[in-house]
Design a protein around this ligand. Structure first.
Ligand code: FEO
Length: 390
C-alpha cells in the first residue's frame, strides 16, 4: 500500500508491540498509525504517528523525499496516536508549516508547550490549501473523534483523508481473516460510538463529495467503489444507532455457573424459535468491547447477572456503563437476575438505563433463585418469545 495515487504515498507504520490501544482495547492483530505524503510542487504530510515510531516514520518520509524539505504537516487530529511526533517533525523539518484547526493549536500548546505561532496556518471549515496540482479542502469533523478534528478532501485525486473515521483495529501488514467489518465496528462503537449525531453530520458533508479513495488514520485505505459504499453504509447504520444484523446479544456474568446455565438454555430456546443468531458474551472472561459491539449490532439484548452486595456483579455494571455512555438506544432489552435470598439485579440493571432513549424492556423478568427450576425455566421460555417479538 505504498502508493495511494501517483503522488500520494503511504508513510505510516505498523505496531505489533502495543498491549492496549488507547489504554483499554486489546488489538491481537496490532495497530496501524497511518500517515500520507503528497509529492507535488510543495510537499505535504498528513499526520504523524505514535510516539514509539517517530524515527521509523521519519525514515519513511525520507525514503520518499531524500534530503529535500517537507513544506507542510497537516495535523488533522491531536490524539497522541497521531500527533506525538509533531515536535520531532518540526525540528527535523525547520522550514515546514504546521496546518491545523485553531483548537488543535491550543492542544499543541498544552501537549508541547508551543503552538508554532511563527510557522503555522490555522484552517477552518471550507478553507483550502494548494500544493500545486492538489487543492486540499478542510472539513470540520468535531467529535469524530475529538473536537479539533478536521478531515481533508483532495479534489485532484478525489481522496478523502478521514482522520479516525473509517479506521479499524489491526496492523496493515497482516491479513484480517474477518475482513473489514468486525474490527472496524469494534473500533467505531468503542471509540466514536457516543458521537453518532456528529458522525452523521460528517457523512452528510461527505455525501456531497466525489470520493474515489478514503485514507483513514488507522487500517487499510479504501479504494474501490464497493469498499467505499460498504464502509459509508456501515457508518450510517452504526452512527444512527440502527440495527445492523438480525439476532440477539446475550451478555452475562455467572459466579458458580447457574446463571451461565440459564443463558445456555435461553440460547437453545431462541435458536429453536428460529432466531438467526445468538451472540453470547461472558462479561468476566470475554472481551468487553466485543460484547459492546454485539449489543449495538443486534436489535435485541438480554442481560443476565447475579445480585451482589444488593447491587449487580461488577462486570455487568461496567458493561452497562459502557452502553449508556455510548447512548445505547432503540433496542429491546430482556433481564435475567439471580439471587439466593434477595434477588435485586433486574431492578438495578433497569435503573442504570433510566436516561437511555428508545429502549423497550420486556415485561417478563426471569428471576432465578440460585439455580434454574421449573418456574424460572417457564419464565425463560416466556422471555424468549417476548425478546423475539417484532
Ligand atoms: Fe486514532 Fe482518536 O485517535
Amino acid at each position: 500500500m505504498k502508493e495511494i495515487s501517483g503522488d500520494i504515498k503511504y508513510v505510516g507504520v505498523n505496531d505489533h508491540d502495543i498491549d492496549l490501544f488507547e489504554g483499554q482495547y486489546v488489538v491481537p492483530r496490532g495497530m496501524a498509525y497511518n500517515s500520507y505524503l503528497v509529492k507535488d510542487e510543495k510537499t505535504l504530510v498528513f499526520d504523524t504517528v505514535d510516539a514509539r515510531f517517530g524515527e521509523e516514520w521519519l525514515a519513511n518520509i525520507k525514503s520518499e523525499v531524500g534530503d529535500a524539505q517537507v513544506d507542510y504537516l497537516v495535523v488533522q487530529h491531536m490524539e497522541p496516536d497521531h500527533s506525538a511526533n509533531v515536535e520531532l517533525f518540526a525540528e527535523r523539518y525547520p522550514n515546514a508549516t504546521i496546518v491545523a484547526s485553531a483548537q488543535a493549536f491550543v492542544m499543541m500548546k498544552n501537549f508541547f508547550g508551543t503552538d508554532f505561532s511563527d510557522r503555522r496556518i490555522v484552517v477552518k471549515e471550507g478553507d483550502t490549501l494548494s500544493t500545486g496540482r492538489h487543492v486540499f479542502t478542510f472539513v470540520a469533523a468535531p467529535m469524530v473523534h475529538w473536537p479539533e478534528v478536521v478531515v481533508t478532501y483532495d479534489a485532484a485525486d478525489k481522496v478523502l483523508f478521514s482522520a479516525d473515521g473509517f479506521g479499524k483495529f489491526g496492523a496493515n501488514d497482516v491479513v484480517d481473516p474477518e475482513g473489514w467489518d468486525c474490527e472496524a465496528r469494534r473500533y467505531y462503537i468503542g471509540i466514536v460510538g457516543k458521537y453518532g449525531p456528529q458522525t452523521q453530520a460528517l457523512l452528510k458533508k461527505a455525501a456531497g463529495l466525489d470520493i474515489r479513495t478514503i485514507c483513514p488514520l488507522h487500517g487499510p485505505v479504501l479504494s474501490t467503489p464497493e469498499e467505499i459504499a460498504h464502509a459509508v453504509a456501515q457508518y450510517d447504520t452504526w452512527s444512527s444507532y440502527s440495527v445492523e444484523s438480525p439476532g440477539v446479544c446475550i451478555a452475562y456474568t455467572s459466579v458458580y455457573g447457574h446463571t451461565k446455565a440459564a443463558v445456555a438454555k435461553l440460547k437453545e430456546m431462541l435458536l429453536a424459535k428460529g432466531c438467526p443468531k445468538v451472540a453470547v458474551s461472558d462479561l468476566a472472561r470475554d472481551d468487553q468491547p466485543e460484547a459492546v459491539e454485539d449489543a449495538f449490532r443486534y436489535g435485541r439484548l438480554v442481560l443476565a447477572t447475579t445480585t451482589y452486595n444488593m447491587d449487580i456483579f461488577p462486570w455487568m455494571r461496567h458493561f452497562i456503563d459502557h452502553l449508556v455512555e455510548r447512548n445505547y438506544q432503540n433496542r429491546r432489552v430482556g433481564l435475567i437476575e439471580n439471587g439466593s435470598w434477595a434477588p435485586n439485579a433486574a431492578k438495578v440493571m433497569k435503573g442504570m438505563f433510566e436516561k437511555s432513549k428508545g429502549l423497550t424492556f420486556c415485561d417478563t423478568v426471569v428471576t432465578i433463585k440460585s439455580a434454574l427450576g421449573a418456574e424460572s425455566e417457564a419464565k425463560l421460555a416466556q422471555l424468549a418469545d417476548e425478546i423475539l417479538k417484532d
